[in-house]
Design a protein around this ligand. Sequence first.
Ligand SMILES: [Zn+2]
Ligand SMILES: [Zn+2]
Ligand SMILES: [Zn+2]
Ligand SMILES: [Zn+2]
Length: 418
Amino acid sequence: MVATRNMSPGDIILREKAAVVGPSLEQSKPICLGCSAPLIKTWHLCSTCQAPLCSKTCEKHPAHVDECMILKRNSAAMYTYFQNGTYQKKKPHPENANYQVILPVRALLLKKLDIKKYKAVLALQSHRKEREEMGKTEIVKEKVLPLVQLYKIQEAHEDMIQDLCGIFDTNCFELFPSGAGDTLSGIFPSAAMMMHSCYKNTRLTFSDDHVLTIIARSKIKKGDAIYHTYARTFNTTTIRRIGLFSGKHFGCECVRCKDPTELKSFASTLICICGGNVIPNDPLDLTQDAVWKCQECSSTLPSLQVASQERDQMMELNNIQRDDIRGLEDFLSRHKKHLHPGHASLIEVKKHLSVGYGRFTGYTFDKISIEKLKNKIGYCKEVLDSVAILEPGISTQKGLTLYELWMGEWGRLSWLKE
Ligand SMILES: [Zn+2]
Ligand SMILES: [Zn+2]
Ligand SMILES: [Zn+2]
Ligand SMILES: [Zn+2]
């Protein structure tokens, strides 16, 4: 997708309604198949098809009405499991619902409801071959196909279900409508044609009625490529690239990935014992012989060793709760000696601390020390510096962090006055 005119930040590039939307193919939390509300304390099983809904009202919800006709063909299937070649029935309860069958069923329904959308969905890439090599098709064969087939839909043969699951995996955008009990997955055929870059120039927003709006994040000149991103800003190049390769089946070679310093954000840079910056000779190279090199003393490290350290760090960070201030502080103090201050893991931690200081229990403004207050301000500034490089232009993170910075400055003023 290429810009056909000059665009300023905030200009709308595309607006598109989801061709199909439904509970994530990953394990969804219990949600209403009509309005997507969480089904925690109360729920209602559809009187026609037994599907999990929030109330009788949602039996008539536009999202559910059409699939209800299919689901009622075998109302027990929603709560049937397939294991070791046999079907087992479970108690009809939202916790036991097979949410993973809904997206394929809704996509197949399009054939009757909107043939244009149906064809647009099926025209998207499914990466069948790569999925076969990674064992993903085997999982579909075991966990999705036998369940969808219980509904006796003519088109639901293995090839079709494999293609659909591949299309969802590769092209879905995640939506979180207000009041929903979990993220939803949606297919937007035009937006799916957009190219990926870890250095995006667009911002995506989703409305509650599943309309995607893509706006220009920064200035885009006529003829420039329009990029969105599947990767998280505060991840290192290797982590982003491995994630994109295993999830989306391509090797990213964007401007950020190609640059050893990631546009001078130093988001993957290590610190050598001599104090110099250690960066990869070629960040795209993850072979046996690839090395990272200190820019001061020229000592080297195998790229694969760095990759495994990064993975350990990421797992460590993922295991720290976002409101565990001590855990976050501990991570920071242990890793700041050997990671550049702009390193993605450190910025991620600083981002959480900048929110937690002044807010979380035990760290509210009336309890917090002046040192931690100063840290809140300092971390906000570091996050903003990193965002200015990696997400230039209109950025939600920038807005959120500027707010925290203002809160911090306000807190410091009150502290000084006392
Ligand atoms: Zn509902
Ligand atoms: Zn129903
Ligand atoms: Zn990239
Ligand atoms: Zn060195």
